[in-house]
Write a protein that binds this ligand. Structure first.
Ligand SMILES: [Zn+2]
Length: 64
């Protein structure tokens, strides 16, 4: 997925936000676990929205 280049100020703000998201995402992934076909925490069909969002945030890190 291609990302447009951003000005430095926006990149710094984004990196700060991303650092917070990453910490939260790591917490989500340690609590939201797959049990059979659904999430052990929220009961949604696996992968649940929280786990998908967390995976997405952690993937963003690898794009940089
Ligand atoms: Zn969940």
């Amino acid at each position: 997925m291609a990302m447009e280049p951003t000005p430095n100020a926006m990149t710094n703000a984004w990196n700060d936000s991303l650092a917070r998201y990453r910490r939260h995402a790591a917490e989500v992934l340690t609590t939201h676990q797959c049990m059979d076909t659904s999430c052990a925490v929220c009961g949604q069909q696996w992968p649940c929205k929280a786990a998908c969002a967390a995976e997405f945030v952690l993937e963003l890190r690898d794009m940089q």
